[in-house]
Write a protein that binds this ligand. Structure first.
Ligand SMILES: [Zn+2]
Length: 243
């Protein structure tokens, strides 16, 4: 940040004592105006990282450019799903679109709050945020059979919500579940099954484990009306994995 700009500090946001009188609002505006004239309350655009203007977090033009790239990507994953494009070409195109624009790379980095979780030799292709993630695990318990007092394994399934309002990032090599404070990474080679439950609106993928039963992650949208998110996760995963 240069000396020309500043962010709203707590002192600016919380009205000082003087704001108790009826001129307070005008004064507060004047304080802001003065600072605006001096350089302004300028936030940086999440896409291009240039000053975005008074109380704005992005430029409309940058937003539209990134949206156009997302539309292009969505078209490719749909083509792959309809088998009108070969998987190798589809994946290559997705990666090249992701790398074609610095605005896009800044956007995915902005969406991933713990960027250090992503391996540096991987290319981030797509991020979906505002998701809930559940984990189903089969746990083994040894029980006596009664007859000869032998022990045999019994599997019970547990289903836990492991993250709310979290992001899923997909690179050229792996999928990352970015849950507050931790990131879980699964290389595509470890994923044995995936799909989308249209009726319930969630995507899922199964990870290979040592137990005879897979370990399942279910991904749904935080906002139930927004079912596209889970569908998108499934389509992008399919295409990047060549499933
Ligand atoms: Zn911008």
């Amino acid at each position: 940040m240069t000396s020309e700009e500043f962010c709203l500090s707590d002192a600016d946001v919380q009205p000082p004592m003087i704001l108790k009188n009826h001129n307070s609002a005008a004064l507060f505006c004047a304080i802001l105006k003065k600072k605006y004239v001096q350089g302004g309350v300028v936030m940086r655009c999440v896409f291009c990282n240039e000053p975005a203007g008074f109380l704005k977090s992005y430029h409309d033009a940058c937003y539209q450019k990134v949206q156009a790239l997302l539309n292009k990507m969505e078209k490719i994953v749909n083509e792959y799903n309809q088998e009108t494009i070969h998987v190798a070409d589809a994946k290559k195109e997705l990666i090249s679109i992701a790398l074609s624009s610095e605005l896009y790379q800044n956007y995915v980095r902005y969406e991933i709050f713990n960027i250090t979780a992503i391996r540096t030799n991987e290319t981030i292709v797509y991020v979906e945020s505002g998701l809930n993630i559940s984990e189903s695990k089969n746990r083994c318990r040894m029980v006596e059979t009664g007859y000869r007092y032998e022990k045999k394994p019994v599997w019970t399934e547990t289903d836990n919500l492991i993250g709310s309002n979290v992001s899923v990032a997909m690179t050229d090599k792996s999928v990352y579940l970015l849950i507050q404070g931790k990131a879980m990474m699964y290389p595509y080679g470890k994923i044995v099954n995936l799909g989308y439950d249209e009726k319930c609106g969630y995507a899922y993928f199964d990870v290979k484990t040592a137990s005879p039963y897979p370990h399942r992650f279910s991904i749904s949208s935080l906002n139930r009306k927004d079912k596209n998110k889970a569908g998108n996760v499934c389509l992008f995963l399919k295409c990047l994995m060549g499933y």
